[in-house]
Design a protein around this ligand. Structure first.
Ligand code: FAD
Length: 388
């Protein structure tokens, strides 16, 4: 068995263009991501070039307007592209999702002039983004953030001081979509600044030493008297928390799609192994006890995919989708944790070694239950919409 032995998922796609995009993605995943994923992850190598390739292939701005160089694709297509990439290498699938998240504020709440000026470079492939909300003392309670932006007397700049924590692409991104405090008025005192990474006073700390997804740098981003032009304020002062939460509604769908990619990869590997491995004189797949495990794994993957696609189609239709996105993130990431753990079980002792990718999938699935709002926070979001 090798990590490349996966069979394509037969997808329901709305257009021929979408089918071509998925075929292109699959090709890229098979040839440029999957073969070196295990080695590069073990060595914590960030695949920067892969993101340039995504940009050149038109895959880095799929949900955004063609006017700015985007692909104008519905979310149901964009998310399935993420799923395929995540199945090959989570660092890239999740990286694309985070990059899209970091463009969301400008694309959705920026002025026309701001979009024309910055968006084409951000989604064109040369630039990579990061989304800076969390801080060392404020994770789930994101509105308690302290990074402070003070407008200069002339009004032309903000002076930013503070520390952002856990930032995906921290230290390697080209721009930081940064939530800052512009007044002490709780969530209403938060604003968004689009900060170029080469701004003097902005720096990335050493990457965290993580359990998995080691190829994706996660680091603190430090702001030390960083002067950011006031024209880089997105939306109005005080609108930042709403802008950040709106981005997360969409971002959570990306995490759900990543989860199903990792789960599908684990399922495919487990099925292939079970057909080859023999015990008691027959393939272990022939034992009902084991095939029931595989059946439950496959059912979880199908159910998760259907749930995130249903939420995406609501978004594409212009309906509310916040609750559904939280449900998809919760269900898909919990399902991925279960499926990847069961994949290790299917391989027995071999599953517990680094000779097979399933232990990596299990470590990768874990982080998806934590990022972009832990699954406890998703339950809070869902519960509130039920009882409000
Ligand atoms: C690999 C990685 C990448 C990340 N990337 C980014 C990024 O790009 N940008 C960014 O801004 N952040 C990022 N994060 C941060 C992530 O969003 C936070 O870790 C997450 O929101 C949880 O915050 P915390 O770690 O401070 O945990 P805490 O908020 O301290 O939570 C600790 C525990 O308490 C639980 N808890 C907290 N409040 C409640 C409550 N009200 N009810 C029930 N349970 C509760 C949580 O569910 C959790 O189990 C990343 C994190 C990781 C690990």
């Amino acid at each position: 068995m090798t990590a490349s032995a996966t069979k394509p998922v037969e997808r329901q796609l709305p257009t021929d263009e979408a089918r071509e995009l998925l075929a292109l993605t699959r090709d890229l995943a098979d040839n440029e991501l999957r073969p070196q994923a295990s080695e590069e992850e073990a060595a914590a190598e960030f695949p920067r070039e892969a993101f340039r390739t995504l940009g050149r292939s038109g895959l880095l701005g799929l949900p955004y307007d063609e006017q700015y160089g985007g692909g104008a694709q519905p979310y149901e297509v964009y998310l399935q592209v993420i799923e395929e990439l995540a199945a090959a290498r989570l660092t890239v699938g999740l990286g694309l999702s985070v990059h899209t998240l970091s463009c969301h504020a400008l694309a959705t709440f920026g002025s026309e002039a701001q979009r024309e000026k910055w968006l084409p470079d951000m989604i064109g492939g040369e630039q990579l983004g990061a989304y800076c909300l969390s801080e060392p003392q404020s994770g789930s309670d994101a509105a308690a953030l302290k990074t402070r932006a003070v407008r200069t007397e002339s009004g032309g700049e903000y002076v930013v001081n503070g520390t952002k924590a856990w930032i995906t692409h921290g230290g390697v991104a080209d721009f930081y979509s940064t939530m800052v405090r512009t007044s002490d008025d709780g969530p209403r005192g938060i604003s968004v600044l689009l900060v170029p990474a080469d701004t003097p006073g902005v720096s990335g700390a050493a990457p965290e030493r993580k359990m998995g997804m080691k190829g994706s740098p996660t680091a603190q981003v430090l702001f030390d008297d960083a002067r950011v032009p006031a024209e880089r304020l997105i939306g109005q002062e005080g609108q930042g928390f709403g802008i950040a939460m709106a981005a997360l509604d969409s971002g959570r769908l990306g995490i759900a799609a990543c989860a199903m990619g990792v789960a599908q990869a684990a399922l495919d590997y487990a099925v292939g192994y079970a057909k080859e491995r023999e015990q008691f004189g027959r393939a272990i797949a022939d034992f009902q006890g084991l095939s029931f495990l595989l059946a439950d794994m496959a059912t979880a993957v199908e159910a998760g995919r259907a749930l995130y696609l249903a939420a995406a189609r609501r978004r594409d239709a212009g309906l509310s989708f916040s609750k559904e996105a939280a449900m998809a993130k919760l269900f898909c990431t919990d399902a991925a944790m279960r499926v990847t753990t069961d994949a290790v079980q299917v391989l027995g002792g071999y599953g517990y070694t680094q000779d097979h990718p399933v232990e990596r999938y299990m470590r990768e699935a874990k982080v998806l239950q934590i990022v972009e709002g832990t699954n406890q926070i998703q339950r809070l979001v869902i519960g509130r919409t039920l009882t409000r």
